[in-house]
Design a protein around this ligand. Structure first.
Ligand SMILES: [Cu+2]
Length: 135
């Protein structure tokens, strides 16, 4: 019994050592490498459409954006359109815009991933201007 038990213990120790020394290093590099490109692509725009629960409610009426617009990184900012024509939030610097119009009587949301001051306009009516401040 004793020699067998000792043999099992030695075998288990050898397995544990092999798992520690052999497993870690080679598997980490490919995992990090595959994640980086996707994250870089998604983070390039400061905002994106959101279907999450609204945390900041804004409006647009009489072809005028409700102002001021103050929100935090990650807030779901939802614009409700009281007009009979569509509107669409587009940042002046072209880095981000809603993917579609806010339909007449409807609503649409954006969420920002970075803080900053973002001048914007309506993609349908370029003279409709406003500023979104993200903290
Ligand atoms: Cu408009």
């Amino acid at each position: 019994m004793r020699p067998i038990a000792r043999g099992i213990a030695a075998f288990a120790t050898a397995l544990a050592l092999a798992a520690c020394s052999g497993g870690g290093t080679p598997t980490q590099a490919p995992a990090g490498g595959t994640q980086a490109p996707a994250a870089t692509t998604a983070a390039s725009a400061p905002c994106a459409d959101s279907t999450g629960t609204t945390t900041v409610s804004e409006g647009v009426a009489n072809n005028t954006w409700q102002q001021p617009i103050n929100a935090k990184v990650g807030d779901v900012i939802t614009w409700t359109n009281s007009d009979s024509v569509p509107h669409k939030v587009a940042l002046d610097d072209g880095s981000c815009a809603m993917s579609a119009n806010i339909p007449a009587g409807g609503s649409k949301s954006l969420a920002f991933s970075v803080a900053g001051t973002f001048p914007f306009h309506c993609a349908v009516h370029p003279n409709m201007k406003g500023t979104i401040t993200i903290s």
